[in-house]
Ligand binder design. Structure first.
Ligand code: SF4
Length: 256
């Protein structure tokens, strides 16, 4: 990603989840104390789907499994001693689970004839915000033969509940960026692959209204003002702190 100062959906979301966590990650660039294997899994799975979108239907399940193994191995090795598995997780178990999920992904692939772009990067300005908002659309397709639709791939431990996609801030950020870059607001679709015993894919469509995009821009202005004022307080909760990669450091004293 761009080394010049910028906002990403992930940075915004981290600040909104816990400002102290934001400071550790984006101000201090503190090393992670622990890094769940699920993140390496998600990145590797994502890399394979991107490869599938680029190479088309020639890309086989064996290619996908081989690709996953290579990326997952590199990701887990890069995490070093910080890497943590859940009690019932192992490297081989993750590889096997990914194989089952990739089989579902390739069988249910629906975007070969409608692709507009794969891994399209964006950098847009938001009025009143100093830093640009940057990111990358996993895939953009033409829904119904004409309407642009951003597709984002996710892995999840369980099936998404109905309505979740409508509140996902990432979809709002990406629709905002697409509208700035292309002049109109697209549809958004999450393809969510579940790690269930029998993996499934859920296609969750959502749209963003003009008011939602306006509120998103206002939120960005507010977050940037807070960061510029160094408002890095702790937002302690079981959900936030349970697997926080900076928990030990936070308990000892917070940011410098
Ligand atoms: S341990 Fe909790 S309060 Fe501390 S940085 Fe992490 S999420 Fe924030």
């Amino acid at each position: 990603m761009d080394a010049t100062p910028h906002w990403s959906y992930s940075a915004l979301n981290t600040y909104l989840q816990c400002p102290m966590k934001y400071a550790f990650r984006y101000i201090e660039h503190a090393p992670e104390e622990r890094s769940g294997a699920c993140f390496a899994f998600g990145r590797a799975f994502h890399a394979v789907l991107s490869e599938r979108a680029i190479r088309g239907s020639e890309f086989t399940l064996d290619d996908a499994k081989e690709n996953f193994f290579a990326v997952f191995k590199a990701e887990t090795e890069a995490a070093g001693p910080a890497l943590t598995y859940k009690p019932d997780e192992t490297f081989d178990g993750c590889v096997s689970k990914a194989g089952d999920m990739l089989s579902v992904a390739l069988e249910s692939w629906q975007d070969d004839y409608t692709v507009k772009s794969v891994a399209e990067s964006f950098s847009v300005t938001i009025p009143g915000v100093e830093r640009p908002l940057i990111g990358e659309f996993d895939l953009v397709v033409e829904e119904g033969g004409k309407e642009p639709c951003i597709v984002d791939w996710k892995t999840s431990g369980s099936r998404w509940p109905a309505g979740k996609a409508d509140f996902e801030r990432q979809a709002t950020a990406y629709c905002y960026a697409y509208r700035v870059q292309h002049g109109h607001t697209p549809l958004f679709r999450y393809d969510v692959y579940t790690k269930a015993k029998v993996p499934q894919v859920g296609n969750w469509y959502t749209v963003r209204t003009e008011d939602e995009l306006t509120r998103f821009a206002e939120l960005c202005r507010q977050v940037e003002r807070c960061v510029n004022a160094e408002a890095f307080y702790r937002n302690e909760s079981q959900m936030n702190c349970g697997d926080c990669p900076y928990r030990d450091r936070c308990r000892k004293g917070g940011v410098k």
